[in-house]
Design a protein around this ligand. Structure first.
Ligand SMILES: NC(=O)c1ccc[n+]([C@@H]2O[C@H](COP(=O)([O-])OP(=O)(O)OC[C@H]3O[C@@H](n4cnc5c(N)ncnc54)[C@H](OP(=O)(O)O)[C@@H]3O)[C@@H](O)[C@H]2O)c1
Length: 314
């Protein structure tokens, strides 16, 4: 990682100082005019040679902690979530440390339209992507079946399909930036996918929907590692920690048992370790075995075909 603190020096000559307010106003007007509807247009861009990392769901909980740690290595962090206020606070916290930089993008993963726009915006705004952490997640609470504007069961779309689509869109950029890493934040809560009822129209529970979406992320990880063999793009999945003190856990009425720091340690290991392998599933810091369906090639093929079909042209 690039740890050099180089920042572009502004000119301090009197004429430059006199021109500054007018220039700033013009720049702000331009930024407002070109800002895309769902994406914040902040002026900051990566320094030459600075690593670019993206953490989905980094407005709170585990993602926020991972974003801060990555910024502390000197990286440019793309912060993402739906809540603009919390997102901007994360950006401010990172900028105030003076080591890394950050920029926030507000995107709802329950909308393929917003997800595709996000995918294209990132490709336009950044010519490299060194680390992608697919962390955003919708938990088991409320115990209610919800359907997205695209007509899919909400957890399956937010946790799996949207990350599948974004990862596929950004894969060429991750390949160009190799050595690069992808981390899929899954969970120990895993349940086999019933391919006759993927959208869980029968016997629904929030826990079942969450658990099948988390297993789908692990299955995608194994497939992707096979596809990326030899490309120096390492991809792994993990259960970060059990009942971290986050909104997701509190909303489910559970008593927190771990800190986000413990979960972030596990995520960071998959980003920084030089001897981690690819295609693995980790329970916190250790390699582990996922639900048996993850190792069923036929099931993985079915999931890949379904995910491609549901995200095609979206
Ligand atoms: N907490 C645990 O003990 C635990 C255990 C195992 C696995 N995990 C996994 O860890 C990851 C992080 O969870 P957490 O516990 O840190 O939860 P959290 O504090 O609730 O954070 C979830 C993040 O995901 C974002 N998000 C949720 N729905 C979204 C949507 N529709 N579109 C865009 N962003 C969305 C949220 O951003 P906004 O609010 O700004 O939308 C937030 O930044 C999840 O993938 C979860 O499954 C957590």
């Amino acid at each position: 990682m690039d740890l050099s603190p180089s920042r572009t020096d502004a000119s301090t000559s009197p004429s430059a100082r006199a021109l500054r307010p007018a220039f700033l106003l013009a720049a702000l007007a331009f930024a407002a005019a070109v800002s895309a509807p769902n994406v914040d247009a902040q002026a900051v861009t990566p320094r030459p040679g600075q690593q670019v990392v993206l953490v989905t769901g980094s407005t709170s909980g585990l993602g926020r902690e991972v974003a801060r740690r990555l910024a502390a290595t000197g990286a440019f962090v793309i912060v993402h979530g739906r809540n603009r206020e919390r997102g901007m606070k994360v950006v401010e916290a990172i900028e105030s440390e003076g080591i890394g930089n950050a920029r926030f993008y507000a995107v709802d993963l329950a909308s393929f339209e917003q997800v595709r726009e996000f995918g294209e915006t990132i490709l336009r705004d950044y010519d490299r992507l060194d680390v992608l952490v697919n962390n955003a997640g919708f938990g088991r609470a409320p115990d209610e079946r919800m359907v997205t504007e695209d007509g899919h069961e909400l957890r399956f779309q937010v946790n799996h399909l949207s990350h599948f689509l974004l990862t596929r869109m950004w894969l060429p950029r991750l390949r160009e930036s190799a050595p690069s890493r992808i981390v899929n934040v899954s969970s120990g809560a895993q349940q086999p996918i019933d391919f006759d009822d993927v959208m869980i129209e029968n016997d629904f529970s929030g826990g079942r929907a969450y658990a099948q979406s988390k297993l789908a992320q692990i299955m995608f990880t194994i497939d992707l590692a096979e596809e990326l063999e030899g490309a120096d793009v390492i991809v792994n999945s993990l259960h970060p920690a059990t009942y971290m003190d986050t909104g997701m856990v509190r909303r489910a009425g559970l008593t927190p048992r771990a800190t986000v720091g413990e979960g972030a340690d596990a995520v960071m290991q998959l980003i920084t370790s030089s001897d981690i392998g690819s295609g693995g599933y980790f329970n916190r810091l250790r390699p582990a075995r996922a639900n048996a369906q993850a190792y069923d090639e036929e099931a993985r093929n079915k999931l890949r075909e379904l995910s491609e079909e549901l995200t095609r042209g979206r």
